[in-house]
Design a binder for this molecule. Sequence first.
Ligand SMILES: CC(C)(COP(=O)(O)OP(=O)(O)OC[C@H]1O[C@@H](n2cnc3c(N)ncnc32)[C@H](O)[C@@H]1OP(=O)(O)O)[C@@H](O)C(=O)NCCC(=O)NCCS
Length: 172
Amino acid sequence: MKIKFQALSNKNFADCIKLKEMLFPESNSNIDYDKYFHKEIDCEYFVVYYKNIPCAITGYYDFDGKHENAFMGWFGVHPDFRKMGIGSKVFDFTFNLVKKRKYKYFRLYTDKKVNQDSVRLYIKKSMIQEPYTYPDKLGKNGNFVVFTKIIKSNGCDLWNNIALNEDENYNL
Ligand SMILES: CC(C)(COP(=O)(O)OP(=O)(O)OC[C@H]1O[C@@H](n2cnc3c(N)ncnc32)[C@H](O)[C@@H]1OP(=O)(O)O)[C@@H](O)C(=O)NCCC(=O)NCCS
């Protein structure tokens, strides 16, 4: 399946939000996209098309401005387009981009119960999994995990429960 990646812009923003709201109904904020448009942090987001139909979204953001930890953000495939290899291709695209941008770690967090399909994908992609138990809303939920793929180790390979500061993004 030939898919095309379009950088997020005013032209495809409506497609992006429609997908994001369908894929992540528990999320209550689009603050990450606001930061992208206002160039507040280093981040990139994409809408993925199959024959001009929006079929997936992806992106990454610099966790703390130190250019070490890039977190994958708002990654998902429209249900009609799943189990065709698109998720794997979109994951590889995002990881290769982060590598090209010279980050040291490619990471992401997810709810391992709600997003079981994605957990299988991350394990297949040889990511390291660790529980997220920081005492915030996400950590107390008990289902959140952090996945890491090392690009260039700086000795702090595991995330070790640093606060993700994402509580305000979710209705849990
Ligand atoms: C996780 C997610 C992105 C995977 O997307 P996808 O496009 O279905 O991923 P793939 O097609 O690459 O792989 C999914 C499965 O289909 C299989 N597959 C791939 N191509 C296939 C094909 N042509 N025929 C049959 N099966 C195929 C893969 O082997 C894989 O199998 P597995 O789940 O048993 O390991 C998608 O399920 C999703 O968007 N979920 C909801 C949102 C989400 O959880 N996002 C991540 C949050 S961190």
